[in-house]
Design a binder for this molecule. Structure first.
Ligand SMILES: Nc1ncnc2c1ncn2[C@@H]1O[C@H](COP(=O)(O)OP(=O)(O)OP(=O)(O)O)[C@@H](O)[C@H]1O
Ligand SMILES: [Mg+2]
Length: 307
């Protein structure tokens, strides 16, 4: 488990992170969203023991990040793709990975196989003997991801892993992250890409110095927008609204374009009575669908509310 308790960090009088508490279960993928300067990188750096916390603390698999004696153990369990990864530019991709594999104590018998596997999974095996200095930004990013995983960590922190990647390379990395999740690894992903967060992650946290919300996209959608069902109809009729508003659990109903939009407390239990009421009124139903708001709506609402 990754956990923070009232975690905070002040830089020279500037509050970068304040009173942040959350927990991420083992095997879960968590996306951390928030505007530039929200404190995402600072939070990750504290959890990876690169900088200290000013207030509160965090735990990696129960180990307190405040305790210096835990740092070596924590570092052996985590892999970090930092915001600006530096590589040995004059060394080849292979040598860079080999260097880190040795540093992290990967046994010699496993080293070669692991390096080759990573390079292949990320689609850069053919370039393994080229100096990293000659690589494009995206290729360097992939090497940095491979490097973060050399010691097969259980907890993987990635700070904007696909920011510099072309759409195809970004897809390779996203698919790779989903494979890592299937392997049971815990993923902490800082990203500005809401589609990526939705695809890769189970749960979302939205930060703006303070934590504004956490939850699954569905939970956040119903928390901030309520639950609603849309019923597509051949023809609408104001009588339908009157009948629907009588139903228990129906909070509101309004007519849209060839449909009725109904706010409900619980779509799964209320939809059958909505349908039977409409049918009894002679409505010709074309479709019934639960309305879900995407992460963009949720994010923009949270940002708007926090101003
Ligand atoms: N080493 C530092 N010294 C002083 N201030 C810092 C330092 N690192 C970060 N900050 C400040 O802390 C705040 C949070 O920065 P951070 O890099 O954590 O944001 P972020 O959410 O990762 O932003 P981005 O989306 O742009 O990467 C900013 O105001 C930043 O200027
Ligand atoms: Mg950042």
């Amino acid at each position: 488990m990754i956990e923070t308790q009232h975690l905070g960090r002040v830089f020279d009088g500037t509050v970068a992170v304040e009173d942040v508490s959350f927990s991420i279960k083992d095997g879960e993928a968590f996306a951390f969203l928030g505007p530039n300067g929200a404190g995402k990188t600072t939070t990750v750096r504290m959890l990876c023991c690169l900088i200290g916390a000013t207030t509160g603390t965090g735990f990696i698999d129960g180990l307190d990040i405040r305790e210096k004696s835990n740092h070596i153990k924590i570092r052996s369990m985590i892999g970090l793709l930092p915001e600006n990864p530096g590589m040995y530019e004059s060394l080849s991709a292979h040598r860079n990975l080999d260097f880190y594999a040795r540093l992290y104590g990967v046994p010699e018998s496993e080293r070669e196989a692991r390096i080759s596997e990573m390079l292949k999974r990320l689609g850069i095996y053919e370039r393994r003997n080229d100096a990293v200095g000659k690589f494009s930004k995206g290729m360097k990013q992939k090497i940095a991801i491979a490097r973060a995983l050399m010691h097969e960590p259980s907890y993987i922190f990635l700070d904007e892993p696909t920011a510099a990647l072309d759409p195809e390379a970004a897809l390779t990395v996203r698919n790779f992250l989903m494979e890592l999740k299937k392997e049971g690894r815990t993923i902490f992903l800082n990203t500005h890409n809401l589609d990526e967060a939705q695809r890769v992650c189970d749960r979302i946290g939205v930060l703006k110095t303070r934590l504004l919300a956490t939850g699954t996209p569905d939970e956040l959608s119903s928390r901030f927008f309520g639950k609603s069902t849309v019923v597509g109809l051949k023809e609408t009729n104001p009588d339908y609204l009157l009948a629907l508003r009588q139903l228990p659990g129906v909070l509101d109903a309004k007519i849209g374009d060839k449909c009725i939009l109904i706010s409900v407390a619980d779509p799964a239990s209320q939809n059958p009575s909505i349908i039977s009421t409409l049918v009894a009124k002679g409505a010709q139903i074309e479709y019934v669908q639960e309305v879900k708001h995407g992460l963009e709506d949720i994010y923009l609402k949270l940002m708007g509310d926090s101003k």
